[in-house]
Design a binder for this molecule. Structure first.
Ligand code: UDX
Ligand code: UDX
Ligand code: ADP
Length: 480
């Protein structure tokens, strides 16, 4: 029986291993983590992450061929294939602060593998890492090897949160990079056999190590670039009277462009896009490729611009001040169907509004009050000028209210901001909401999910990203 161990029971490690266990009953999969709380949650009825379909799969496999454990060393030493899926946040201090990936967790995992291994191992990079990380890991392993042979593979994960199980069941591709040596090719084959249990062979791409590592960063950069491109267009649409949904529909019909991932929004969030682009920028700079670095930096700059633009629009529409006004925030997660708030645009939008003294009433179906308060009190790391901004003052925190539903959030509010495209927001009773709001009542739709005409008929003043502006908004131009 092949034994797999995955170090790191997070958003990537947890669902990926659950699906491997589900699809390969003859493989024993152990997911280990240093966080006792996380492992306890994985072993309970309340999984640590919300992901549609995940609970079902975990319940079917847990205790049979899927195990969650804090006995990291034991499972690592027993495994044939070790996936490393630990976090790789952006460095916040020292060399490369604000851009480079922090490989502390990776390095400590590699050293631990070297310490406890007694037989040959395949070590698989699952978390996104800078190009050439495999080389560094290889060095750590071989310098501490005691004769044990290690093969390093890069097998980046392309799942998106909220659709993780779907993506894992039916991936566009599986990418496996390895050394171009007989040992490297044998290791690639061994990992390929795992995926071949359910993924058609023509979707399993094998490359060299560096191509695999770079492809993951490139894929995220290309995806984020599409969003920044359409968001940049949305600003121009508002200025000219074009409608960004019509423009992106027309553009996306060109099969060379394609229609997916062209939805204008308040900005992209999530743990990957910004972090991976920053990492890409840093790698370019380290290699003296200033123009390439600047090109990709623009993708993040446009994203920051889009979030600022949204805040400015809210404030300028409401007579240039939101001070003391109640603003409802519907949705805090970085996208629907996840409780994840990492880099969510809601953080910047809320901070912007709080900075203008607004009183916020926030509702998200999956994000806890604790998490929201934590996110809004955290220092923001300014990636271009590595300085820490001040944490939020206790008075500002008092301007914040977290509530249990959209109706409570909007009651008595002057305006409402839709920041996550949760399905339940599409079917809200907006007449009821309007009746309970201050007048004039404003809707700022950061996800283009409401029917603006219907809302205007009810009486709302409506702002949708990249759509022709209401007369009201035209008279109150936002300075971006
Ligand atoms: C992303 C990649 O899609 C995935 O392949 C990779 O493995 C990890 O990073 P994820 O961050 O989970 O996945 O979500 P994704 O669906 O890509 O959305 C990222 C952000 O972009 C969200 O904030 C989303 O709302 C936003 N988005 C997405 C848009 O604003 N417009 C779009 O058209 C698509
Ligand atoms: C382009 C658009 O494709 C077409 O839809 C529009 O109506 C007019 O402009 P054209 O300029 O004739 O058409 O040729 P196109 O095939 O788009 O190539 C433009 C340039 O891009 C060429 O120099 C081509 O060599 C280059 N190119 C294209 C690349 O370098 N790489 C590619 O992957 C594709
Ligand atoms: P991702 O979104 O990439 O899955 P997460 O932050 O959700 O990232 O998960 C990474 C997990 O890795 C965390 O639960 C963390 O506790 C775990 N981790 C980090 N370092 C180690 C280590 N050396 N050994 C075991 N687990 C680790």
């Amino acid at each position: 029986m092949v034994k797999i161990c995955c170090i790191g029971a997070g958003y990537v490690g947890g669902p990926t291993m659950a699906v491997i266990a589900f699809k390969c009953p003859a493989i024993e999969v152990a997911v280990v983590d240093i966080s006792f709380a996380r492992i306890t949650a994985w072993n309970s009825d309340q999984l640590p992450i919300y992901e549609p379909g995940l609970e079902d799969i975990v319940k079917q496999c847990r205790g049979k061929n899927l195990f969650f454990s804090t006995e990291v060393e034991k499972h690592v030493s027993e495994a044939d294939i070790i996936f490393v899926s630990v976090n790789t946040p952006t460095k916040t201090r020292g060399l490369g602060a604000g851009k480079a990936a922090d490989l502390t967790y990776w390095e400590s995992a590699a050293r631990m593998i070297a310490d406890v291994s007694k037989n040959d191992k395949i070590v698989v990079e699952k978390s996104t890492v800078p190009v050439k990380t495999a080389e560094a890991i290889e060095k750590i392993l071989t310098h501490n090897s005691n004769g044990i042979k290690y093969q390093i593979l890069s097998n980046p994960e392309f799942l998106a949160e909220g659709t993780a199980i779907q993506d894992l069941f039916n991936p566009d591709r599986i990418l496996i990079g390895g050394r171009e040596t007989p040992g490297g090719q044998k290791a690639i084959q061994a990992l390929k056999e795992v995926y071949a249990h359910w993924v058609p062979e023509d979707r399993i791409i094998c490359t060299n190590l560096w191509s695999a590592e770079l492809s993951k960063l490139a894929a995220n950069a290309f995806l984020a670039q599409r969003i920044s491109s359409v968001n940049a267009m949305s600003a121009l649409c508002e200025a000219t009277g074009a409608d960004v949904t019509q423009v992106s529909h027309a553009v996306g019909k060109d099969t060379r462009v394609g229609s997916k991932f062209l939805n204008a929004s308040v900005g992209f969030g999530g743990s990957c896009f910004q972090k991976d682009i920053l990492s890409l920028v840093y790698i370019c700079e380290c290699n003296g490729l200033k123009e390439v670095a600047n090109y990709w930096k623009q993708v993040i700059q446009v994203n920051d611009y889009q979030k600022n633009r949204f805040v400015n629009r809210v404030v300028s529409s409401m007579f240039n001040t939101v001070s003391g006004k109640k603003i409802a925030i519907l949705g805090f997660a970085f996208k629907k169907d996840t409780g994840d708030t990492r880099e969510t645009p809601a953080i910047d939008v809320c901070k912007g509004l709080l900075g203008d003294n607004a009183n916020l009433s926030i509702y998200d179906p999956q994000v806890t009050e604790d998490q929201i308060r934590k996110d809004l009190s955290m220092k923001k790391f300014d990636w271009d000028n590595p300085i820490h901004l001040q944490p939020m003052s206790p008075t500002v925190m008092k301007q914040l209210n977290v509530v249990w539903d959209a109706y409570a959030a909007t009651k008595g509010a002057h305006g409402l901001c839709l920041l996550t495209e949760w399905d339940e927001f599409k079917t809200l009773d907006f007449k009821k909401i309007y009746d309970n709001m201050q007048k004039p009542a404003f809707v700022f739709d950061g996800r283009n999910i409401v029917d603006e005409q219907k809302l205007r008929e009810i009486g709302f003043i409506v702002y949708s990203i990249g759509k022709p502006l209401d007369g009201w908004l035209k008279d109150m131009p936002a300075v971006a």
